[in-house]
Write a protein that binds this ligand. Sequence first.
Ligand SMILES: Nc1nc2c(c(=O)[nH]1)N[C@H]1C(S)=C(S)[C@@H](COP(=O)(O)O)O[C@H]1N2
Ligand SMILES: [Mo]
Length: 263
Amino acid sequence: MSILRRPTSLFRPRRGPNQSLLTENRALIEDIDRRKLLRGAVSLGALSMLTGCDIAEQSQVQSALRSVSSFNDWVQAKIFDPNKLAPTYSVDQVVKPPRFNAYYEIENVKPVDLASWKLELSGLITDKRPWGLDQISALPEQEVIIKHICVEGWDYIGQWSGPNLRQFLTQIGADLSAKYVAFHGQDDYMESIDMASALHPQTILATKYAGEPITDPFGAPLRLRTAVKLGFKNPKWIRAIEVTNTYQEGFWEKQGFNWFSGL
Ligand SMILES: Nc1nc2c(c(=O)[nH]1)N[C@H]1C(S)=C(S)[C@@H](COP(=O)(O)O)O[C@H]1N2
Ligand SMILES: [Mo]
């Protein structure tokens, strides 16, 4: 029986310590499976083989799975092709409005005050002067019609436009040899991406959806949209961009998802 094919039915019941071990490590296990590092069934036996440890020991399993996950990050970064374009779609496939997600409900979205909003810049950047929305809107616009895939198991095609991130990073004198670009949301959400993905031709700072300014739930006034990462790697309501060589764990990594999370 494959636990990973039908997670909802199989992770529901808690049947003693072993079952809860699988439940508690579900995100890590699913992520590893999604990456095709494991094929087919994951049983407690397979888990113990994979981790090479006594699966009665929760902390051991967790750290073994985490090391598989960070190895996975490393492999993904190595095989990432910075010039390979992700699939794009046609205008008539665009879902309107986009599908909302955040780590809280839509009712709890706190709209950004556009009048006082500034984009802050920090870290390995020569010109750290903050940017106003009018300055950002004056930059050349790029449009991408791409698929958004959420780790929670749904996707939609969206049409996003705004300045190209590579051009923006170049313009502000960011150190393009740095390892990470971190995006800080006004809701305290932070996710960082690798520099190669930040410089990918289909990575933009989106200000518009379907040709109109992004509305509050979807990250107004500025969010990341990249064709090469899962949904959670696309922070909304960006208030600051940081270029750094220091690894920072974001919201979803703390839930066990692996940091690279490329498509
Ligand atoms: N600031 C912020 N950005 C975020 C999130 C969040 O909770 N806060 N959730 C992420 C997740 S998990 C997903 S799937 C997408 C959802 O984007 P959408 O609402 O435009 O579809 O936003 C991502 N960016
Ligand atoms: Mo997501």
